[in-house]
Each structure stands twice: as C-alpha cells, then as structure tokens.
Ligand binder design. Structure first.
Ligand code: UT7
Length: 327
C-alpha cells in the first residue's frame, strides 16, 4: 500500500469570458496600466457575470477534467474543493458541484486561500495512497470579484475569477506525486483577510458600511512573506522528493505578482524561463491560480512525460504548500 503512487489523470479549466483590462480599471480607480504592469505584471483578468456562483465555474472545469481522465462523473469517489468565495456558507460548494456534474460521492470544501489547490492535492494523495478512495476530484475555484472593494486600488487591480480541476488516481512506472508539503502561521492572519461575515463579526449594516466584507491586505508584508514561504516550500518539497533543484523542469507557482515570482526564482536557483506564468492574463485567482496554470502548462507542452513539476502556493492564513510531481 505504501508503494501506491498517486498522479493526475486529467485536468480541466474554465475562465469567464468577460475581460477586465488595466485601462478599464483606470476608469474605476486612480491607477494606471503602467503602475499595474510594472508593480505586478498583470495586464488583464477575467470577471464572472454578476450572479454567477463559484460552483458553476467549478462544474465546467470538473466536467472537462473527468472527460480528459477518460472517466464518468459516477467514477469520482470524493470531491475536495478549495475556495475562499464559496456559493454560500453552507452547504459546501463541493456538494453543489457534485449535483451539477452528476457525481454520487461525498465532498467537502477546504479553506486555505491561494494555497487551496496544493492543499487539496496533498489531502487527496494521502486518501488514495491509503486505499480509502480511488478517484478524487481536486478543485480550485473562485468568483472572488464579488468580495473585492472596487474603490480600493490596492486590491481591486490584483484579482480575477476562474476555476480549475484535477482528477487524482493511481499511476505506475515511477510517475505521479513524489512529495507534498503544507504549512500555516495563524499569527499573521490579519495580513490578508475578509474580516466580517463569520462568527467574529457577523453581518450587520455597520459591517457592510465599514467595508469589512471585502478583501483587505497589507500588500508589502504579504509580498515579503510570499517570497520567503514559497522559496522555502520549493526547497523543502524538492528535498522530500529527492529531486535536485536543477532537475526541476517546470515550476507552477501561485500567480500573485511577477516580482514575487522573480524573487522566488532567484532564492531557489530555478531559472525564470522554467517558471510558468499566466498572471498577465488572469491576475490572482486565489485557489484557482495553480491548477489553471498547471492545466495551461500541460496544454502548451511545457510539461512533458517524465518532467519534474513543482506546484507551489502561498496565501491567507498565512498558508503555504507545495507538491512535487513526476509527469
Ligand atoms: O494571493 C495572496 C497573496 N497576495 C500577494 O501575494 C500580494 C502581495 N503584494 C503585492 O503584490 C504588492 O505588495 C502590491 C502589488 C499589492 C503593491 O505593490 P507595492 O510595490 O508593495 O506597493 P505599495 O503597497 O508599497 O504602494 C506603493 C505606492 C503607494 O503610494 P505612496 O504611498 O508611495 O504614495 C500606494 O498608494 O503605490 C500606490 N498604489 C497604487 N498606485 C497606483 C497602490 N496601489 C496602486 C494602484 N495604482 N493600483
């Protein structure tokens, strides 16, 4: 049982059609395309139509992932959905996706913010390796645009909506997930949060008027923590996987800021050319970022059979996580 190796059998992604460019944002807040591009690397992002729930994006990505794995929805044994923008407090968005795609299995959401997808993969890997489940659908999905203060230039230029999904299952011949790593530090929770809406500050007229239901972030502190924790996570997961840094063929990082990615590459010794970047087109899609990047890297042939791939993410919590995969 310990020898059972888990891999990614199929991938799917869904991005809303509506594109919001930096010049569109110039009309909403005091910002400029030049500032956003040079400080973040972002040029545009996708925004879901008003009233579109996260489960809708997640279901579309999931259907594609299941088809590309050559499976049927009823072959899925468990759904793990990572999001910070669930359809509602309860039931879980995973249950809503289960119904939308026609699966008949248990499902639950996890809250690990931008680290959500590598967290979901880590949990799923353990449950398949132990023999508990055979096929697990790991999803990262967000319609975060509804939780953004579109008058706050320090956050509204950064985020976008999207979804990605992966089917996990047993693989052979030395392929699959070689190692996983997860971390968190709740002492820094206030650096990045939506303060109200939960039991600490239940919804009220006052909480709404104070903007406490929107994403709030200490940008430069988060920046420093992102560089440190993502670099450390890459080094740790490579060590656990027994893969030398120079043997990493493709780094799939959480897509928050191009300057963060350059700094992570510098600290880990991974060339930027081996790093997959799509934040210019989608911005920061929180839990959806790494899985959509993985999907596109595979589609574009940046990941080939036997490639050593490292997924790494960082987010609110603070949380961080990495997975090393032999493709
Ligand atoms: O996914 C979770 C993880 N999230 C992240 O990793 C985000 C991490 N943080 C960042 O990416 C960066 O900190 C930001 C992109 C958010 C901000 O970049 P920065 O270089 O840290 O800028 P700053 O916050 O230090 O602000 C510099 C200046 C300020 O003006 P003053 O005080 O120097 O006059 C800001 O008011 O830039 C101003 N500013 C803007 N100007 C034009 C902040 N946002 C904007 C904006 N347009 N959108």
């Amino acid at each position: 049982m310990a020898d059972r190796r888990v891999g990614i059998l199929g991938l799917g992604a869904y991005l809303p059609e509506k594109v919001l460019t930096n010049s569109d944002l110039e009309k909403l807040v005091e910002t400029s395309d030049e500032w956003i591009r040079t400080r973040t690397g972002i040029r545009e992002r996708r925004i879901a139509e008003k009233g579109t729930p996260t489960s809708e994006l997640a279901a579309k990505a999931s259907t594609e992932a299941i088809q590309s794995a050559g499976l049927k929805p009823t072959d899925i044994d468990l759904i793990i959905l990572a999001t910070i923008s669930p359809d509602m407090f309860f039931p879980s968005t995973a249950c809503l996706v289960q119904n939308k795609i026609g699966a008949r299995c248990p499902g639950f959401d996890i809250s690990a913010a931008c680290s959500g997808f590598p967290y979901a993969v880590s949990i799923g890997e353990g449950l398949i390796r132990s023999g508990t489940y055979r096929h697990i659908l790991a999803i990262g999905a967000e319609v975060i645009s509804g939780f953004i203060n579109w008058k706050d230039r320090s956050t509204c230029v950064l985020f976008g909506d999207g979804a990605g999904a992966a089917v996990l299952g047993e693989v052979s011949d030395g392929h699959g997930i070689l190692a996983t790593y997860m971390g968190s530090d709740g002492s820094q929770a206030e650096l990045l949060q939506i303060p109200a809406g939960g039991s600490a500050i239940p919804p009220s007229l006052a909480s709404i008027e104070s903007g406490l239901h929107y994403v709030q972030m200490e940008g430069s502190e988060v920046f420093k923590a992102a560089v440190r924790t993502m670099s450390d996570s890459v080094l740790e997961v490579a060590k656990r996987a027994n893969v030398a840094i120079e043997d990493i063929d493709c780094l799939i990082p959480h897509q928050a800021n191009l300057r963060i990615l350059s700094a992570v590459c510098e600290r880990t010794g991974i060339p930027l050319e081996k790093t997959f970047i799509n934040l210019d087109r989608y911005g920061n899609m929180s839990a959806a970022s790494t899985v959509v990047a993985l999907y596109e890297a595979a589609k574009q042939g940046k990941i080939k059979k036997n490639s050593n791939v490292v997924l790494v993410a960082f987010g609110s919590g603070l949380t961080w996580a990495a997975c090393a995969i032999r493709w």
